[in-house]
Design a protein around this ligand. Sequence first.
Ligand SMILES: [Zn+2]
Length: 422
Amino acid sequence: MNLIIKNGRIIDPSTDRDEVANLYVVDGRISAEAPVGEHETIDANRQIVAPGLVDLHVHLREPGQSHKETIETGTRAAAAGGFTSVICMPNTEPPADNPTTIAWITDRARESASVNVFPTGAITKGLKGKEMAPIGSMVQAGIVAITDDGHCVQSHEVMRRAVEYARMFDVAVMDHCQDYNMVGAGVMHEGYWSTVLGLAGWPRTAEEIIVTRNILLAELCETRIHCQHLTSGGSVRLLRDARARGIPVTAEICPHHIALTDECLATFDSNYKMNPPLRAQKDIDQLVEGVADGTITFLASDHAPHAYFEKEVEFDLAPFGILGLETELAVFLTILVHRTKAIDIKRLITMYTVNPATLVRLPKGTLDPGADADITIIDPDLEWTFRKEESFSHSRNTPFDGWELKGRAIRTIVAGKTVWSL
Ligand SMILES: [Zn+2]
C-alpha cells in the first residue's frame, strides 16, 4: 500500500491543484512525503492523476435482483470505469427503506466490493410515496442520502416533511423528477418520434413540474435538493434561474441523455429504453450548455443492469435502464471535453470528485495528504472501442457496444491498492 506515482499531471480540484508532480501513498493514504522502504512505482507520464471518481447514481441490484447485478460484479464494473466510490440506489428487493437492509448492503459490500459502496435509503416506505421511511435510523446505519429513485414522491407534503427530516440529519435529498399524471403509460419521449413509432410518450413537462416543486421546497426548507438524471432543456432553464437566486438545488446528467436522441428508438431496440427517456437534439444542446455555464454540476451513470431475457421482449414490456459504469467517463470526455469543448478536463474531474463528495458529505474526492489513497489515472486522449462482451457487469444492456471513444481510465486505485488496470 506504499506507492510513488511518477510524473503524472495531478489534477485535484478540491485544492485547486494542477501540476506535473509525483504523488505519494503511505499505508493506503495520500502522503506529502515519499514512502521509505518498500513501495511500488507507477509511471504516469502524459497521464492525469485524479482523485478517485465518485458515481452518485448506481443500481447494484442487491439484495434481491442478483440475476441483473451483484455488489461484486457492479463494483468490478465501477473499478473498470475509473470509479473508486459508488452511491447505490435503494430500489432493491426488499427496498432499502430500513436500517436492517442498509446494514445488509454495507456488510455485503465489505465482503465482496472492489470499490467503496455508500448506500442511499428510500424517502418513503416501500418506495410507495405515502409514508416516510425511518430516515434517522437509516442515517445511523450509514446512508449518505435519501431518494425514491426509480419512483418519485408525488405528494408535495410528504416530500416537504422528508426534506425537513433530511435537513435535521444533514443528509442530501435526491429526486427522480417525474409527475405520474403526465407520464401515464409512456415508454419514451413525447414528440415526433413517439407519434411516428406509435409508442406512448411523456412530455418533458412531466420532469419540469417536479423540478419546479423541488426548487420551491429547497427554498421553503432552506436545504439542498438534488435533481437526478435531468433530460429536459426546460429543466436547465428553471435550475439556472433558481441557482442564480441562491436556492440550494443541484442536478446531474447521465451520458446517454447527451449521446443519444429519441430517434434511436426507431430501431425498437430496448437498449434505448430508459427512464427518464432519451429526448430531442434541442434538449441535448441545452443540457450541454447547462454544463458549460455551471448550471449542472454533477455527472453520473444511472447504471441500471437488466438481464437479457428481461430486455429481449416487446418494447412496451421491457424494463427501463442501461449499463453505464464502464462507458460514462469516456462518453463524457468524448462529448463534453473533446467534441463540444463545453468544459475542460479539470471541470469534468470536479463534477466527478469534489462535487459529489461535498453533496453527500464524504471525505472522498481529494488528494489532500491524509485522505484515503483513492486515485484514478486517466489517459484523456486514448482512443478505444467499447465491447460489451468485455464488460465486468453481470448484464449486457448497453447501447454503446462498438462505440469509438476518446479518453479512458487506465488504472483505479482504492486505499493505495490497484483494483483494476488496463
Ligand atoms: Zn431514476
